[in-house]
Design a protein around this ligand. Structure first.
Ligand code: ACM
Length: 265
């Protein structure tokens, strides 16, 4: 069995020290194989200017938070996924990274930007891909609003993802329910780590919906956290269950696809 953990908390805007220490403290107490944190967990979310984004951005692998978290992943022998502002030259991405205890890491850049994110970030340029986490478990990442596009989770499933890690800062009310369908229609485990609280900057105020969750491959809720409390939950799963795409003797989720009948636009 494989222990997976989901964490929700309220990052403080611009307070990378507090946010990093919170993340490190959860990694230290979790005793798990894989732990997933929210989108932009090191920085907060409601930016007003690109200059503000620049103050909390970091590059990989030389960023301060990245170095501290990779040390923790090694010390506590777990894979970690968290969201952060990634800087590449003068470009910023809303990114997440999978860090493994053996020191390997993989950065995903959010493809589907939500609302004002389009003012600050470039859309991800690496597409959806699957990487190995601890014990060779196959993990794909998508970030928050990517949930709205079934192609995101499907792209990961078609590359044989066993677990979709989904760091989020959700403001719309539908994602937690929609992800049960993403899990079922792809027969993959899904871990949505959502942040909490209300954040205001300039004239923008956003409220985030909590209810982080871990779903099995038929969309059942293995754990769902509260609306408003910082929490960690750990669930034991068998990731190989996601390799079984048979629905019955005559139907297989992938073999029965008919791509020639689908519209390609
Ligand atoms: C979102 O994509 N953070 C709503």
């Amino acid at each position: 069995m494989y222990k997976v953990a989901v964490v929700q908390f309220e990052p403080i805007l611009f307070d990378t020290e507090y946010n990093l220490n919170t993340i490190l403290s959860y990694i230290g107490q979790a005793d798990t194989d894989l732990i997933v944190f929210p989108e932009l967990a090191t920085s907060g979310y409601v930016f007003d200017t690109v200059d503000e984004v620049a103050t909390v951005a970091e590059s990989v692998p030389d960023g301060r938070c990245f170095i501290a978290i990779i040390e923790a992943a090694q010390k506590y022998n777990c894979s970690v996924v968290y969201g952060f502002v990634e800087q590449v030259g003068s470009t910023f991405y809303n990114s997440s990274v999978l860090i493994n205890p053996d020191g390997t890491y993989h950065v995903y850049r959010k493809v589907h930007l939500f609302d004002r994110e389009k003012l600050f970030f470039e859309p991800g340029n690496k597409g959806f891909f699957v990487s190995e986490a601890k014990h060779g478990v196959r993990v794909g990442m998508m970030i928050c609003f990517d949930w709205q596009f079934p192609e995101a989770a499907r792209s990961l499933a078609l590359q044989n993802a066993q677990i979709i890690c989904h760091p989020s800062n959700l403001v719309l009310p539908w994602c937690q329910q929609a992800m049960t369908t993403r899990a079922l229609e792809n027969r993959v485990f899904c871990i949505t780590a959502n942040r909490l609280g209300t954040e205001t900057n300039g004239s923008t105020t956003l409220h985030f919906t909590g209810q982080s969750q871990i779903l099995n491959t038929t969309g059942e809720v293995l754990c769902r956290l509260s609306v408003d409390k910082p929490e960690l939950s750990i669930v034991e799963i068998d990731p190989t269950v996601a390799d079984v795409k048979d629905i019955n003797l005559r139907n297989n989720l992938f073999a029965d696809r008919r791509p020639n009948s689908y519209i390609k636009k």
